[in-house]
Design a protein around this ligand. Structure first.
Ligand SMILES: Nc1nc2c(ncn2[C@@H]2O[C@H](COP(=O)(O)OP(=O)(O)OP(=O)(O)O)[C@@H](O)[C@H]2O)c(=O)[nH]1
Ligand SMILES: [Mg+2]
Length: 246
């Protein structure tokens, strides 16, 4: 996947049912659009992750609870896609459930794929993953939503509260991909997490061997004679001509 420069920031993601949301599958210039929401507890590095993915840079100090929508073009498997990444405010777990307001729910419903982030330095952020994953799935009932679980701050092993191995186990239990990353120190893991999501969405939107593809391969093409055919035909015709008079 290759990122194409020219990022723009939009203050609000389109509300469900709005004209912008209706264009859900097509981005600028009619490109296939992939919409990704990044969710997780407060302070786990959601904004840092999004900024790192889009700019390759780690700044270290980010606006808290930012809810920006970033638009960018990316290349995935040879196709240029329009990608929208929605950063979200931190979620907290309460006794009676998660603190997901309607705006956040709208954002999760809007998304084609979700990145769920926790920090290995914050056990509470890990504890709410199960509930959060369930909540995300409930908002997408009837579809298999591509989800990636990201364990961030891998550079802070000396103050870890969660063994990254637990993240891997949890991801396989939830049936999603898992990436242990350090947004501050390593770009590759961040890139891979988004790349795998874009690929999954792309395959979901256009599964390989779609009727369109199969139809073209099933239509018998008129055979154009190759050189050997032509030589053979020419030889037979010459023979016929030569044999003819006899
Ligand atoms: N050491 C280290 N610090 C990180 C890493 N990722 C993020 N941080 C720091 O963690 C803090 C929180 O990062 P944010 O990106 O603001 O976290 P957030 O999840 O967006 O937080 P909210 O918007 O408040 O929900 C910042 O001080 C970041 O610099 C990392 O991989 N390693
Ligand atoms: Mg943030």
């Amino acid at each position: 996947m290759r990122l194409i420069q020219n990022m723009c920031t939009i203050a609000e993601y389109p509300a469900a049912g709005s004209a912008a949301a209706a264009e859900c599958c097509l981005g600028p210039a009619g490109r296939r659009l992939v919409k990704i929401a990044v969710v997780g507890a407060s302070g786990v590095g959601k904004t840092a992750l999004v900024v790192r993915f889009l700019t390759k840079r780690f700044i270290g100090d980010y606006e808290r609870n930012a809810g920006n929508l970033y638009t960018r073009q990316v290349q995935v498997e040879g196709e240029t896609l329009a990608i929208q990444v929605q950063d979200t405010p931190g979620i907290q777990a309460h006794e009676n459930g998660l603190s997901c307001n309607e705006q956040l729910n709208r954002c999760i419903r809007w998304a084609d794929a979700v990145v769920i982030v926790f920090s290995i330095t914050d056990h509470k952020s890990y504890e709410l993953i199960g509930q959060l994953h369930q909540h995300v799935q409930q908002l997408h009932l009837g579809t298999r939503l591509p989800v990636v679980l990201v364990a961030n701050k891998a550079d802070l092993l000396h103050i870890k509260q969660v063994d990254p191995q637990l993240g891997l186990q949890l991801a396989s239990m939830l049936g999603c991909s898992f990436y242990e990353v350090s947004v501050s120190e390593n770009y590759n893991g961040v890139y891979n997490a988004f790349h795998v999501l874009c690929k999954e969405v792309r395959h979901k939107q256009q599964p390989s061997g779609t009727p369109e593809k199969r139809r073209t391969s099933l239509i018998p093409r008129p055979k154009s004679p190759n050189m050997q055919d032509l030589k053979r035909r020419h030889a037979v015709e010459a023979e016929d001509r030569w044999m003819g008079p006899e």
